[in-house]
Design a protein. Structure first.
Length: 168
């Protein structure tokens, strides 16, 4: 299966999903919705095995690792979204957002969109975190997300020797 996710810097989103068991590929770049093909936001397309990790778990992790309840100034660049590839997936993602809303104190701004088009990041930006996790950006912004995964989603983390998963 595949799903598109956006909601912050694609370097951060890429690292989060590269870290999970059942995710078989992460493509970092820019995603536009089917309704707004010229309006791109940072995001990732992930391929995953639903037998290993569910769409619900992926969605929950996604919501917990970016500002999913904040209507911040950079919402257009970092649109909080789930980009779906079928009507059934869109229906499932919409139900999941409603179900997961109860575990948040603020209203989620995350929306479900029909996937439109994807433009990959240039090669030098791919695998940003796992190519050098000691960069100041990684330590400041991505390490806290990886630590959250370790604390709350440890059963879903892949072993360090099986990282990363980054392609176009």
């Amino acid at each position: 299966m595949k799903i598109g996710l956006g909601g912050g810097c694609h370097w951060c989103t890429e690292a989060v999903f590269q870290s999970l068991k059942g995710v078989t590929n992460v493509a970092q770049g820019y995603i536009a919705t089917a309704d707004e093909m010229g309006n791109f936001s940072e995001g990732v397309i992930i391929m995953f095995s639903s037998e290993i990790i569910s769409l619900e778990t992926l969605t929950e992790i996604h919501l917990r690792t970016h500002q999913s309840s904040s209507d911040h100034a950079l919402c257009s660049r970092y649109r909080s979204g789930i980009y779906t590839f079928s009507d059934q997936q869109k229906k499932e993602a919409t139900i999941l957002l409603k179900k997961l809303q109860v575990s948040f104190n603020k209203t989620l701004v995350t929306k479900v969109y029909d996937f439109g088009i994807f433009k990959p990041s240039r090669q030098s930006l791919r695998d940003y975190y796992y190519s050098d996790p000691n960069k100041p950006f990684c330590e400041r912004y991505i390490d806290p997300k990886i630590n959250l995964l370790r604390e709350k989603y440890g059963l879903h983390l892949r072993s360090e020797d099986s990282l990363p998963l980054c392609t176009v």
